[in-house]
Design a protein around this ligand. Sequence first.
Ligand code: HEC
Ligand code: HEC
Ligand code: HEC
Ligand code: HEC
Length: 148
Amino acid sequence: MRGLYRVATAVALGLLALAAPTIGQQASRPLPRDNTLCLTCHINFETEDIVAKHLAAKLTCAHCHGLSYDHANDEESAAKPDVLFGRTEVSPFCGKCHEQHKRPEVVAKALADWKGSRRPNGRLIRENAMCTDCHGDHRLPHAGPTRT
Ligand code: HEC
Ligand code: HEC
Ligand code: HEC
Ligand code: HEC
């Protein structure tokens, strides 16, 4: 339960003092309705859980990472996407739309069961696990030749 409480606290703090980039910042610009552009290079993300579940709710890569026009149009991909997330920014960001788990006791049990071991997505689960430690496979493999 303590781990969950901390996640909830992080979310509550995030709602009050959100330093992370907000979706609202981009509301005035038209965002793409699908992920076609990003998937031309990030094809491995097409079926990834976070991407797929949000696309079903009409939330695209750009809703979270910004338009990232320079990045997506840079053959060398030297330009970074507009919005990247540090580890401490993830839960507050997700928590803007997802306040609480529907069944916190199930999540508390999952935390207890996984603590100290790696999830299939490669993440080591600790007491203060964040959203993407448990949800999805949303990260770079960090093995490709494109990353230095
Ligand atoms: C022209 C190909 C290309 C397109 C189009 C593209 N990307 Fe990328 N992206 C890359 C490459 C190459 C990397 C670095 C990959 C690596 O390090 O293994 C990358 C990395 C990233 C990263 C991680 C950056 C980091 O520093 O951790 C994010 C986030 C990202 N892309 C988002 C997007 C989004 C959102 C779109 C669509 C708006 C997009 N990309 C379109 C090629 C592309
Ligand atoms: C619901 C919001 C959301 C959506 C939609 C989303 N992302 Fe992300 N993305 C994140 C967050 C948050 C992180 C940081 C996750 C972490 O570190 O555990 C991230 C991380 C990444 C990374 C890994 C960066 C690294 O350093 O390993 C890449 C690459 C990426 N996203 C690309 C994409 C692409 C491409 C799409 C669309 C096909 C997309 N994302 C859709 C929120 C989102
Ligand atoms: C702009 C609001 C928004 C943000 C930010 C957001 N989500 Fe979502 N998310 C939604 C909506 C809308 C849905 C689809 C309806 C639902 O299931 O709640 C959804 C669905 C999901 C689902 C699937 C739920 C199910 O019942 O299968 C998961 C898991 C999820 N989001 C996790 C995350 C994570 C993790 C982050 C941060 C990386 C995040 N969300 C960021 C709005 C958002
Ligand atoms: C310790 C692992 C773990 C962490 C950390 C975690 N979740 Fe979950 N999440 C789960 C499990 C397990 C379920 C399924 C619960 C069920 O079956 O009722 C779930 C379900 C969900 C759902 C589906 C609807 C619901 O409420 O059950 C959403 C959305 C979601 N999580 C978002 C998030 C967000 C956002 C965060 C970060 C603030 C987060 N989760 C952190 C394990 C986790």
